[in-house]
Design a binder for this molecule. Structure first.
Ligand code: G3H
Ligand code: 13P
Ligand code: ZN
Length: 309
């Protein structure tokens, strides 16, 4: 099966009340762990590449790893640019075979975000590539959803119809209280489902994207802390909230920090238990297995997309 864009997967996800997992990839073990998990449970996938990941691993290497995963799994897989910050970067990824791109103009004034996003959409659609835009800004690492000053960062439902209509985007990332990284909430986790509901009413049938959706699984945080790490207070989005979002208009759920944590916790454990180990396969192999276990859990128990490939 060739690489696919996100049109079909989002249509089925919306209608079926589940979400597609969008997992960030940086290297071979991560690609293998994610795609082997998806193969076992027959789930569609989005593998996403940030500009940092593309610089780290090289566009061609990542594309070839993903092509290998397609051959090995025969699953519908989209390769997506995560947080594209310019037309030039999006164009380069489209020209290089990506099937989906995000243009993140969320930091720009509304009209400038529209102009940039529209320009990317025109180029992408001419090449069969789907586009994710963003309105509203995710809370930062020092997240405190209850602070009123942050209200300005939540997506404003009254803007979404105009943004989608004028840009022609295929999906929209929104800010409802999630944030990137491993420290998402200082107090109780709280997401603004009321905003999601309003947006869903204004854009019936339209796929919504949730960034910053790692759960920061406590077992991995404990493992990191036990084996020499230091991540006090790390906290993520509870899985029941993600399931609720997936049953609503959210069709794509972005997960990176959980993969990082699973990998780091596992490698720390190997080194703590066998300090003399220096064969990379002996720590990257277990890290890959742990990523596979984690992703399978997400696909089956959280996103609901197992069996939907
Ligand atoms: O949203 C950001 C992703 O977690 C990618 O992070 O830019 O460090 O690769 P990165
Ligand atoms: P996390 O940091 O919660 O994994 O979010 C990842 C993300 O949104 C990538 O775009
Ligand atoms: Zn993100």
């Amino acid at each position: 099966m060739p690489l696919v864009n996100t049109i079909d997967m989002f249509k089925k996800a919306y209608e079926g009340g589940y979400a597609i997992g969008a997992f960030n990839v940086n290297n071979m073990e991560i690609v293998q762990g994610i795609t082997e998990a998806a193969k076992e449970v027959n789930a569609p996938l989005i593998l996403q590449v940030s500009s940092g990941a593309r610089k780290y691993a090289n566009h061609t290497y990542l594309m070839k790893l993903i092509e290998a995963a397609i051959i090995e799994t025969d699953l519908p897989i989209a390769v997506h640019l995560d947080h594209g910050d310019s037309f030039e970067l999006c164009k380069s990824c489209i020209d290089g075979g990506f099937t989906s791109v995000m243009i993140d103009g969320s930091h720009l004034p509304f009209e400038e975000n529209i102009a940039l996003t529209k320009k990317v959409v025109e180029y992408a659609h001419a090449h069969g590539v789907t586009v994710e835009g963003e309105l509203g800004r995710l809370a930062g690492i020092e997240d405190a959803v209850n602070v009123s000053a942050e209200d300005a960062q939540f997506t404003r439902p009254e803007e979404v119809e105009e943004f989608v209509g004028r840009t022609g985007v295929d999906s929209l990332a929104i800010a409802i209280g999630t944030s990137h990284g491993a420290f998402k909430f200082s107090g109780e986790p709280k997401l603004r489902f009321d905003i999601l509901e309003e947006i869903q009413k204004k854009l019936p049938g339209f796929p919504i994207v949730l960034h910053g959706a790692s759960s920061v699984i406590p077992e991995y945080v404990d493992m990191v802390n036990k084996y020499g790490g230091n991540m006090p207070g790390a906290k993520g989005v509870p899985e029941d909230m993600l399931r609720k979002a997936a049953s609503m208009a959210v069709c794509k759920i972005n997960i990176d920090s959980d993969l990082r944590l699973a990998m780091t916790a596992t490698i720390r454990k190997v080194f703590a238990e066998t300090p003399g180990e220096f064969d990379p396969r002996k720590y990257l192999g277990p890290a890959r297995s742990e990523i596979k276990k984690l992703v399978q859990h997400k696909l089956v128990n959280v996103l609901g997309c197992a069996g939907k490939a």
